[in-house]
Design a binder for this molecule. Structure first.
Ligand code: F6R
Length: 248
């Protein structure tokens, strides 16, 4: 994996949006779908804003885009203000011309018994489409990618996971308290992330600098799932100066 450092998150987000737009257009010229793996959280907000701008001001169409989001809290109703469904609709899907049937986000309303078959089907859909062309990732303070927390294996599948305490503390600001924060989530497994043809992990700010150092320069270890990307053929850590500040 390589690392590209930008002056700030705005410049970085615009560069990633440009890469995605080029890929979408290249696929359009060949009459092919573009399979995107998408993340939520604060990190990709600028990216989605720029993609919306490219749609509204520069005519970028998303009609050939098929998306798979990394994760959703469990349990979670799609119309909840906390759901990743709601987040994605507001920041991207409702503002571009994506076809509703091309949008996939893990379902937070399933019964426990339904989850494993659902997760297998989620992966099978990705496989049937030829895999993810470009996967967007953020990174948790503990090095999680998607909700693959510390200890997740490199070949882990899409599944229900227990959220780490540190992840729940970070999320509790949105949920209005730790007691109201979900304990579990459904996440795409590490294996499907590693199988993506291209991976872009984004991180901004001083608060991410230690975990970026561990992920980029530390040993490849399941204690820091983002470190697995060191072994990916086509992964880039796109970070701002503050997130890069601890790199040697
Ligand atoms: C969200 C996701 C998570 C976040 C990570 C960073 O879909 O998969 O791994 O990317 O927790 O969150 P932010 O961007 O809010 O710092």
């Amino acid at each position: 994996a390589d690392t590209v450092v930008f002056e700030d998150s705005l410049a970085a987000s615009k560069a990633v949006a440009k890469e995605i737009a080029e890929l979408i257009k290249q696929k359009q010229s060949k009459n092919e779908n573009c399979i995107l793996g998408l993340a939520t959280g604060s990190t990709p907000k600028g990216l989605y804003a720029e993609l919306v701008r490219l749609h509204k001001e520069e005519g970028l169409s998303f009609k050939n885009v098929i998306s798979f989001n990394l994760d959703e809290y469990y349990p979670m109703e799609p119309d909840s203000v906390f759901s990743y469904v709601r987040f994605m609709k507001e920041l991207l899907f409702n503002q571009v011309d994506m076809l509703p049937e091309n949008i996939h986000i893990p379902d937070g309303t399933l019964s426990k018994e339904e989850i494993s078959a659902y997760c297998n089907a989620y992966e099978a859909k990705i496989e049937a489409l030829g895999g993810i062309d470009l996967q967007i990732l953020g990174i948790g303070g503990n090095g999680h990618i998607g909700f693959n927390e510390s200890g997740s294996l490199q070949n882990s599948k899409t599944r229900l996971v227990a959220l780490d305490h540190i992840t729940r503390v970070a999320a509790s600001k949105d949920f209005g308290g730790l007691d109201k924060t979900p304990r579990t989530a459904i996440t795409l497994g590490v294996k499907k992330i590693m199988e993506a043809k291209r991976v872009v992990l984004m991180a901004w700010g001083e608060g991410k600098s230690n975990i970026i150092k561990a992920s980029v320069e530390g040993p490849v270890t399941n204690q820091v799932p983002a470190s697995f990307l060191q072994e990916h053929r086509n992964a880039t850590f796109v970070i701002d100066k503050s997130a890069a500040s601890k790199l040697t």
